[in-house]
Design a protein around this ligand. Sequence first.
Ligand SMILES: [Fe+2]
Ligand SMILES: [Fe+2]
Length: 285
Amino acid sequence: MSLKAGSEEHKAFFCRQFIDTYQEYDPETLPWPELDDAALARLRAVPFWQEVYHTERRAGAIVNAFLPYVSDPVVREAVALQGVEETRHAHLIRVMIERYGIDATEQPMDAFPEDLETAFIDFGFGECLDAFLGFGAFKTARQSEFLPSGMFDIFDVLMLEETRHIVFFINYMAWREKRRGHVAITRALKSAWFYGRAARRLLGLVRRGQDANDGKDFAVTQANFFLDGFSFGKFVEDCYRENARRMKAFDPDLMQPRLLPSVAGLALRGLRLWDRRRPQIQKAA
Ligand SMILES: [Fe+2]
Ligand SMILES: [Fe+2]
């Protein structure tokens, strides 16, 4: 990276990159595919549309609520655009729910904490975690031909925007922390702490989801689409590779999320080592 992280040039650059890669589209007029009965049943049986819809609505609300507190005009322009995109994500999910008759409704929005910047930062690290896991899940789902490829093409637009959001966020955080005079180590510890919070929230969500439908409907009827031959190692590998592939589309002068890819890379090396050693260990036993 040739730009000094946290400098005015860095700020102008990462905001400009974000603003210039905005794409205009209307969720109503996207090429939504016709689904046959089997595909429609699979789409409707996915147990998390309600949660996805709520998450996108909440995302738009948090970003828009934080907006008036952003004093820098260029950063504010970029954050405003993120708000537009998150609001449009919720709109896109609503169009899909209505078009395909999915059983998901609007949930009431929880109140935001007083400190909206912390809410925005919590949300940003949450997005980094969701996107990283989403990269692997998206690849698995696409490969399984769970739905026609036209549907995945639509979701790919959404994934690209989420990837832009996390790249913007990582650069924003570096700029913000530098301005506050925080050194690299404090920044790293702080992100690890925020990632911990994001992971706990995600686990809580998974648990709530399991309680809500007991995993039955989805597990028995649909999940074997994904889970046939599912391996944890392959999933981590998919996340890792898809992250690298998607990040290649960004200017190398932008900072990128590093913590999760590093942890995943380390885990993969461990898993490979374990695979190589396992026959020897079993023989010895
Ligand atoms: Fe979103
Ligand atoms: Fe986002």
